[in-house]
Design a protein around this ligand. Sequence first.
Ligand code: MN
Length: 195
Amino acid sequence: MLEIERRRTTNETDVTVKIDFDGSGETSVETGIPFFDHLLCSFARHGRFDLDLQVNGDLEIDDHHVVEDVGIVLGDVVHEAQRERVSIERFGSAIVPMDDALIMMAIDLGGRTYVDIKIEFKKEHVGSFVLDNVKHFLRSLADAGCLNLHTRKLAGEDDHHVAEATFKALGISLARAIQKDPALAGSTPSTKGNI
Ligand SMILES: [Mn+2]
């Protein structure tokens, strides 16, 4: 069990998260943006994270602040998980197909932030969710979590599939990076001795 709780309150949003990185994929997610909820549930389900995420945000403006702040809070809890757990795998990657869509993602929890996102969409929205916010979410998460994150759309015509495969790839990559490597026996996967 690697359970972390966080609450982040600003003038724009109030985000409460409880996540168990060693869970089974149980989700309760309410951001006020149905398609974003769907993406976050896919992320948690395929990462086998138990995720309870409740957000009150200024959606009367648009979905930007909610998406950004959920990214920041999730990055924060990833960073804490990485510090709490010794002997993590550190690297995690996935290539996830979803019908026409094919997404590659690779993550390093080595503590140095670098983000390279090449995911393009055909349309501007799915439902009330602005698709450009997928990139903004990933960047916010990587910044707050000190992640090295690379992702590519290798194929995909349907924006719903492209976005969902991206969140599945994120869940799987993170789960692989954060899992314990028993072979390390208490040491850290870095030639420097710590990360
Ligand atoms: Mn779907």
